[in-house]
Write a protein that binds this ligand. Structure first.
Ligand SMILES: Nc1nc2c(ncn2[C@@H]2O[C@H](COP(=O)(O)OP(=O)(O)OP(=O)(O)O)[C@@H](O)[C@H]2O)c(=O)[nH]1
Length: 501
């Protein structure tokens, strides 16, 4: 009989109920992002550029977008779905779209609720700064949503965690290595998401070219300290003490990680098309000289990458996002908003904060008290736990008819309650301000962005107005010249022409 530990049981239950996982694809247009996603899921969930609406199972939701040319009314997403030659010379800007799909593993009935974030327009602009900002803001916003929820006194049981767990960064297949733009964007994004570099359309290289390209990329990653996701393994076998013998499963994981690390970055070939080979239908690409099965590891790392994302490393990617990336973000944010002194212990902070509680007047919602709130909230949870413990003592004491314990517990609870009830109402009020304050911050940022856009378009309007006035003046002068010429020649102008003058 197989026995499962309670955590393994919980994990099994969780996977049956469904695991939420979010991936993002970033890279230049035409590099194979949409094809990869659709092949990965064997479903058309992401549209290709200029593909009309209605070709995917659901229309992707536009989460946010930025336009470069503010005077235009189009945005990247609209621009990309419908080809309009009149707008072809415009900068596309960037859109961030979300597509959700549920994956059911028929073997063990586990489910993954996968959210795919696409970034059409990325890298297609002359100045891509706005694209970086839009993606980073999106990633930060998802962290903020979790932070706001965490600080709530009463959490929403239906809360949806939208943090992005992995970003597949499609490297432009130049063959030379990483471009300056790649280094810059990966460095910026890696603060908020695990970056997995990918070479798309790997069939455009010969075997040797691909090996060279991979080598160049690894060299650049090392040289410029580019923080990408690592498949960790310990090369130093002697470092593991004998008594810490590894189980077969652990050994397999280590050797698998070692192999995955050795083939980095993944070079993939994707295809949405099925081709018929020996009466069997396979996902592949047909060339004038033959075909490629995209699952064949000899040519494509597609199968490996699929396995990493949807099976072997899914939990690692989620854990790293929560325990490392989000935790760093949370700490940084709390420190920044409160100008916190690290030497102060949570206990001192709590005392300082509670010292003035009798004269406490709630401040207007602000992030400046966020850190204090987080610590207070921890202490509240502790106090609440204490109260529960006392109540348990009381219950068991009453059951056992032991009046001495019962009266002790009751006394302690009532004195604790008199302090706590006062605290609690203040703390409840404060903890409710945190999500509100974060929302306010976002609204403020949006307002500022809108104001900047308005100022820019007002400036452009003014320039256009001046240009029109200049043109009108030129026309007027031309008209006068013509009239003068006509009178010289003895030709009389028509009535309206003359009266206009
Ligand atoms: N040869 C080859 N072509 C590919 C591969 N993957 C995608 N393509 C083709 O490349 C073209 C562009 O692919 P997309 O998946 O639409 O590229 P994208 O990066 O999503 O582009 P945007 O939608 O503009 O962002 C399509 O014609 C695909 O069929 C591949 O692995 N090998």
């Amino acid at each position: 009989m197989n026995f499962l530990s309670s955590s393994a049981l919980r994990r099994k239950k969780d996977t049956r109920r469904g695991v939420k996982f979010t991936i993002m694809v970033v890279g230049q247009s035409g590099i194979g992002k949409s094809t990869f996603v659709n092949t990965l899921l064997d479903t058309k969930i992401v549209p290709h550029k200029y593909e009309p609406i209605g070709t995917t199972i659901d229309e992707p939701k536009i989460a946010s977008f930025s336009t470069i040319d503010d005077s235009s009314t189009i945005n990247a997403a609209v621009f990309q779905r419908d080809f309009n030659p009149a707008l072809a010379d415009q900068e596309p800007g960037i859109a961030i779209t979300e597509s959700e799909v549920e994956i059911l593993n028929k073997g063990d009935y586990s489910r993954i609720f996968l959210n795919v974030i696409n970034t059409p327009g990325f890298g297609d602009n002359i100045d891509n700064e706005v694209c970086f900002e839009e993606i980073i803001n999106y990633l930060k916003q998802q962290f903020d949503i979790v932070l706001a929820e965490e600080t709530k006194f009463k959490r929403n049981p239906k809360f949806k965690d939208t943090r992005v767990h992995a970003c597949l960064y499609f490297i432009t297949p130049t063959g030379h290595g990483l471009r300056e733009l790649d280094v810059e964007i990966i460095k910026k994004l890696s603060k908020y998401v695990n970056i997995i570099p990918v070479i798309g359309r790997a069939d455009s290289f010969t075997k040797e070219e691909l090996a060279d390209f991979k080598r160049n990329i690894l060299y650049d990653i090392e040289k410029f300290n580019v923080p990408v996701f690592q498949f960790t393994y310990d090369d130093d076998e002697e470092a593991i003490p004998e008594e810490d013998e590894m189980s077969d499963e652990e050994e397999n994981i280590l050797s698998e990680n070692k192999y995955l690390q050795s083939i980095q970055p993944f070079a993939i070939i994707s295809s949405e098309d099925e081709i018929e080979i020996d009466g069997k239908s396979i996902k592949g690409r047909q060339y004038p000289w033959g075909f490629i099965d995209i699952h064949n590891p000899e040519y494509s790392d597609f199968k490996l990458l699929k396995n990493v994302l949807l099976s072997t490393h899914l939990q690692d990617l989620k854990d790293l996002t929560h325990d490392y990336l989000y935790e760093n973000y949370r700490t940084e944010k709390l420190r920044a908003v409160n100008g916190i002194n690290d030497e102060t212990t949570p206990e001192t902070k709590k005392k300082e904060f509670l010292g003035s509680r009798d004269s406490y007047i709630p401040e207007p919602p602000s992030l400046s008290n966020l850190n204090a709130l987080a610590n207070i909230k921890d202490s509240m949870i502790l106090e609440e736990q204490n109260e529960k413990d006392f109540a348990n003592i009381l219950d068991s004491a009453q059951l056992n008819s032991q009046p001495s314990i019962s009266s002790f517990a009751q006394e302690t609870i009532s004195s604790q309650k008199s302090i706590d009830s006062k605290n609690r109402s203040q703390l409840r009020l404060l903890s409710e301000t945190v999500p509100y304050a974060l929302k306010q911050e976002q609204i403020q940022q949006r307002k500022q962005k809108l104001a900047e856009l308005e100022a820019k378009s007002a400036k452009e309007m003014k320039l256009k107005e001046e240009a029109l006035e200049k043109k009108a003046l030129e026309l007027k002068l031309r008209e006068q010249e013509l009239l003068a010429k006509m009178s010289e020649l003895g030709i009389s102008g028509n009535a309206s022409f003359a009266s206009d003058n």
